[in-house]
Design a binder for this molecule. Structure first.
Ligand code: NAP
Length: 676
């Protein structure tokens, strides 16, 4: 008997109390392992995640969590040969495995680096600017994100056992949420290998990642309002989960990535001789055959101008006839096996359903020539292309989760858009056109129905990542039938796991709560210039109030001549007088900012290493000749960098005139040494 796959629960490996269900090799039909969760202490696992995992992750800053993720991704990279070997048993070719394994690891690297660059070295995130709520400036609103005390249960589909696990784990971990991952039974052995490697790295805090191999029965009952279930799989299972009492009555958050009848549209402008025609055909064939079409983003509906339908079918058939099907370990094989014989039966059933309103124009769902393996034992199926009848219904309703697509004709751009919409909401759509007007009309028509849209033409083709590839930086998820969920999309995916709360308070209270200085809060002005302080002694609220300086006509004329910025408002008194906003010569905004720097600077070498920019610069009141200006500079936020001996300091800068009116406001960004 093969090995019974263990689960990792509450800090140790657990083996089920029964013999488990056998999982067969997709190519040879041999038993790979057995899977069961019988006897697993699910309540113990949930409690461990909440009481051990969540506090341990949440004790770390976003940058510390990101550094751990980076280390885990490196560890996985070193172990990936073993994953590739196992992946072949799922029916995947080397190219398919790269999407799953390297794609998954790349996603973790991407989240680690985005979090370091875009999140503070802190445990909370401020969302947007403060909202003044009273005229006196004593009552202010601020949105902020905090981590939740719950667990993320991730229930994954069989088709991406590594990527599916990692793309959900990385943002949850960054958000401070521990994960219990439940892989699909059919490919759980590959997820098991990846999770074991992540745990072996020794980098993850206890309780951050648990693995449940086998049934999740009874798990959702244990979850509540601070937990989340992220499900990827069939619409049927999604419907069951949506009706679960914990979801309906218990306030459990459920995210769904379900099936999707993605389409690719050929623009009416494209003729057979255009490069876009070849790009279109190539894209459809790639999406039909990568992972043997078992991709949630694969193209199921090929929507083409009626007058091009025959040419498209001929070109697709020509390319599909060159696809060798067989043992994915054989280098000549372009398409491996479906994941299981059951899955092949499902796809055959779907083809049968599609044939109610479409004709088979290429391939045979029941017979295929197989290279390097026995067609009788493996779950092989060749690519199948259908042509929809006018008014066909099934191609917009049936998802064949395999190497199957249906060509559908349209007679106007508006009809192409409405056909795409009949999918009821999709993960990804693509349009191949070189006509900007078509691009605008189709994309704006498609957007409400899609999570992601690729517009492909000769210009972006060489760099395009293709129709079917979800990217860590872009949203993955689609409305309606696709589940209505949203994953990935950079830091959005992290914030999905956190709670956004509007806090209403005084500037002093907000400063204390958030660790960032709010305008109107107390400042500390001391004899020691804050530029003399390293991060060891610099504090939020430390400030300098400068002396005043008169901005003379000579200053303005000199600045104009010196920089070449001789705009009339600074140089031509008559024209400036006629300007409705100025009514006379005014100082350049950049002169005001430069003079302000001269007023607040401490010029000697010290802990301040560099000024790397300004944010939110606004010129509020014109500075006229002989106005007096002064600047107040206050430490707003301090972000030490984990991997450097300096950090970022954000300073609030307010330049005022002699009437105390603000003339310019901005944030000055500096790099300051940790010690000096
Ligand atoms: P599935 O049968 O719905 O299974 C998905 C996951 O749900 C598996 O881990 C399965 O575990 C688990 N599950 C099944 N019944 C459950 C229940 N009652 N309670 C809790 N968990 C349960 O789907 P599949 O056949 O593996 O995947 C194919 C489908 O997934 C396709 O329709 C495809 O479009 C969709 N998909 C969508 C995306 C996306 O991102 N939108 C990505 C990939 C796939 P067991 O395996 O142990 O039964």
């Amino acid at each position: 008997m093969s090995e019974l796959l263990s689960s990792y629960l509450a800090g140790s490996w657990f083996t089920a109390t029964d013999e488990g269900r056998p999982v067969l090799d997709a190519v040879t039909g041999q038993e790979v392992c057995r899977v069961s969760a019988a006897g697993a202490d699910l309540a113990g696992a949930v409690d461990y995640a909440r009481s051990v995992g969540a506090p341990a992750i949440q004790a770390l800053t976003f940058h510390e969590r990101a550094a751990i993720l980076k280390g885990v991704a490196k560890h996985l990279t070193a172990a990936k040969d073993g994953f590739y070997e196992l992946s072949t048993r799922t029916g995947a070719t080397r190219r398919d495995s790269a999407v799953d394994i390297d794609g998954g690891i790349g996603t973790v690297f991407s989240f680690a680096s985005k979090a370091t660059r875009e999140l503070p070295n802190d445990t909370i995130v401020l969302d947007g600017k403060p909202e003044p709520l009273g005229k006196g400036g004593t009552f202010v609103g601020q949105h902020l994100y905090t981590s939740r005390p719950g667990v993320a249960v991730q229930i994954n589909a069989f088709n991406f056992p590594v990527w599916g696990m990692l793309e959900k784990f990385a943002p949850a971990f960054l958000a401070g949420r521990p994960t219990i991952v439940k892989p699909a039974t059919q490919t759980a052995y590959l997820t098991h290998a990846a999770v074991a490697s992540m745990l072996d790295s020794g980098l993850l805090p206890d309780g951050a990642l648990q693995l449940l191999c086998g049934s999740a029965d009874g798990l959702l009952e244990l979850l509540g309002t601070q937990d989340q279930v992220a499900f990827t799989g069939s619409a049927a299972t999604a419907a069951t989960l949506r009706q679960h009492p914990s979801v309906v009555h218990g306030g459990l958050e459920l995210g769904v990535e379900a099936d999707s009848l993605n389409c690719s549209i050929l623009g009416p402008d494209v003729s057979v001789d255009d490069p876009e025609f070849e790009l279109f055909v190539k894209g459809v064939v790639t999406e039909m055959t990568v992972k043997a079409g078992q991709k949630c983003t694969a193209i199921r509906r090929v929507i083409v101008p009626a007058e091009r339908t025959d040419e498209v079918i001929a070109a697709l058939s020509g390319r599909l006839s060159k696809i060798t099907v067989g043992n994915p370990a054989d280098d000549t094989v372009r398409m491996g096996a479906l994941v299981s014989l059951d899955q092949r039966d499902e796809v055959r059933k779907s083809v049968q359903a599609l044939r109610a309103s479409a004709d088979l124009v290429f391939g045979d769902p029941d017979h295929v020539t197989v290279v390097g393996a026995s067609a009788a034992n493996g779950a092989f199926m060749g690519p199948v292309l259908l042509r929809a009848h006018d008014g066909a219904v099934e191609p917009h309703e049936v998802e064949p989760f395999g190497p199957v697509a249906t060509v559908i004709s349209y007679s106007s751009v508006a009809e192409a858009v409405s056909l795409a919409a009949r999918g009821g909401g999709s993960l990804a759509g693509s349009l191949v056109t070189h006509d900007p007007a078509v691009a605008r009309q189709v994309v704006l028509g498609l957007a409400p129905w899609h999570g992601r849209i690729l517009v492909l033409d000769r210009t972006d083709a060489a760099e395009s990542t293709g129709h079917g590839s979800p990217l860590p930086t872009l949203v993955h998820g689609g409305p309606g039938r696709a589940g209505g969920g949203e994953e990935l999309g950079g830091i959005r995916a992290v914030l999905h796991h956190m709670q956004r709360t509007a806090i209403q308070a005084s500037p002093d209270a907000l400063t204390a709560i958030t660790g960032s200085w709010f305008s109107g809060a107390e400042r500390t002005v001391s004899p020691e210039h804050p530029f003399r302080k390293s991060l060891a002694t610099l504090r939020v609220g430390d400030a300098i109030v400068s002396d005043r300086r008169t901005v003379t006509g000579e200053d303005i004329a000199h600045f104009a001549e010196f920089t070449g910025d001789t705009f009339y408002a600074h140089t031509d008194p008559e024209a400036a007088a006629a300007n409705p906003l100025f009514g006379g010569i005014v100082a350049h905004g950049y002169l005001v900012v430069s003079l302000a720097a001269g007023l607040f600077v401490e010029p000697n070498p010290g802990p301040v290493l560099a000024n790397f920019g300004v944010d939110n610069l606004r010129f509020l009141t014109p500075v006229k000749v002989d106005d007096d200006i002064a600047v107040t500079l206050t430490v707003k936020a301090i972000t030490p960098r984990s991997s450097a001996d300096y950090g970022e300091v954000r300073w609030d800068a307010v330049v005022t005139n002699q009437r105390d009116e603000p003339v310019a406001t901005y944030d000055v960004l500096t790099l300051v040494a940790k010690d000096h």
